[in-house]
Write a protein that binds this ligand. Structure first.
Ligand SMILES: Nc1ncnc2c1ncn2[C@@H]1O[C@H](COP(=O)(O)OP(=O)(O)O)[C@@H](O)[C@H]1O
Ligand code: SF4
Ligand SMILES: [Mg+2]
Length: 336
């Protein structure tokens, strides 16, 4: 845990909790003529200041929807329930018209595709300056100067000149640096990175990850790092949650999770990681598909794909419980 924040020292309420983010019983439902679909189902976790939580799981497991719920960005047909606190303050205590403030200032997000976050018709320096002008109340001149400093912080060469560039004049890696600069401009308590390097080539991925870790050290923020790439998560996360079909099925420190995975789904995911000594051209995948989430499902959501499934698994829902200190698993066949 590091606390050497660069600017905007936390106020008293922000110092009250060592936890940067607390999520309690978060659910997201979508209703349509086909019925109700619960895509995030009772998810609870916390991230301490300066720590990184990795969130892993196959595509469609609810990783992004969980993140969008934290930012108030779930599509309006979706219904979000549960409690979210940032640095000890519950977001439900905050008026809805303060959401834009919370988003940029206390929780910020970096998406997979940098162009979704950038305005193609605006110079990058102006885009960052706009965030600082709106959220930090800086004059336009001050904001524009700070924008250049922010570009320098994320390793953009010749930042004063580059600030005048339009997004299409930059490479993918440089664009993602700009997005990170924008997200971090107001020194958020929590940064959510949703597959931030997936669209980039491997060398650039490594540079962006290194940059994020350096900035986390400097700014002291908590990071929720969402990725389907377990190798990346094993390198940068302190703790990991594994999501399957909208639920957390396993939670542990990264060291424990990767050395002693207990849930059959986690074991399946880890088995799909290519071993250096056993490189295969095709990665093995877990057979089967994520089930429909329409409420007709009984028992364990993974039962249709699990080699260990028996009648108990098809009848009873497993709850997340502690198997050893700091290691929680939701599986009938894993006992303390
Ligand atoms: N607008 C929507 N309406 C209904 N269901 C949605 C909507 N957007 C996403 N979903 C569903 O939510 C589930 C979780 O999606 P998502 O959070 O994007 O998964 P992940 O990020 O883990 O790949 C998926 O089953 C997806 O089909
Ligand atoms: S509860 Fe049963 S079906 Fe579900 S993961 Fe455990 S063994 Fe497999
Ligand atoms: Mg996603």
């Amino acid at each position: 845990m590091r606390s050497n924040r660069l600017e905007s020292e936390p106020g008293p309420s922000r110092l009250a909790s060592p936890l940067a983010l607390e999520v309690d019983g978060l659910s997201v439902d979508f209703s349509s003529h086909e019925g109700n679909k619960r895509v995030v189902d009772g998810v609870s976790y916390a991230i301490a200041r300066g720590q990184t939580l990795g969130v892993v799981g196959e595509s469609g497991c609810g990783k992004s929807m969980t993140a969008l719920a934290l930012l108030g960005l779930v599509p309006k047909q979706g219904c979000v329930t549960g409690r979210i606190s940032v640095s000890g303050q519950g977001l439900s205590e905050i008026a809805i018209d303060e959401w834009p403030e919370i988003r940029g200032k206390r929780i910020a997000m970096v998406f997979q595709e940098p162009m979704t976050a950038l305005n193609p018709a605006m110079r990058i320096g102006d885009q960052i300056a706009e965030v600082l002008h709106l959220h930090e109340g800086l004059s336009w001149k001050e904001a524009r100067e700070r924008a250049v400093e922010e570009l320098r912080l994320v390793g953009i060469p010749s930042p004063a000149e580059r600030a005048n560039a339009y997004p299409h004049q930059l490479s993918g890696g440089m664009r993602q640096r700009v997005v990170i600069a924008m997200a971090l401009a107001c020194r958020p308590d929590v940064l959510i990175a949703d597959e931030p390097t997936t669209a980039l080539d491997v060398t650039i991925q490594a540079q962006i990850l290194e940059l994020m870790q350096r900035l986390q050290d400097e700014i002291g923020m908590a990071v929720q790092f969402i990725s389907h790439n377990l190798a990346v998560v094993s390198e940068i996360a302190d703790d990991v949650i594994v999501m399957y079909a909208g639920q957390i099925v396993e939670r542990a420190s990264a060291d424990e999770l990767f050395s002693n995975p207990l849930h059959p789904y986690t074991q399946g995911l880890i088995a799909t990681l290519p071993k250096i000594e056993n490189r295969q051209d095709e990665l093995p995948v877990i057979p089967g598909m994520v089930p429909r989430l329409d409420g007709t499902l009984k028992g364990c959501r993974f039962a249709g794909r699990c080699v260990k499934a028996d009648s108990e698994c098809h009848a009873l829902i497993p709850v997340l419980r502690s198997i050893s200190p700091g290691h929680d698993v939701a599986c009938h066949k894993v006992r303390p």
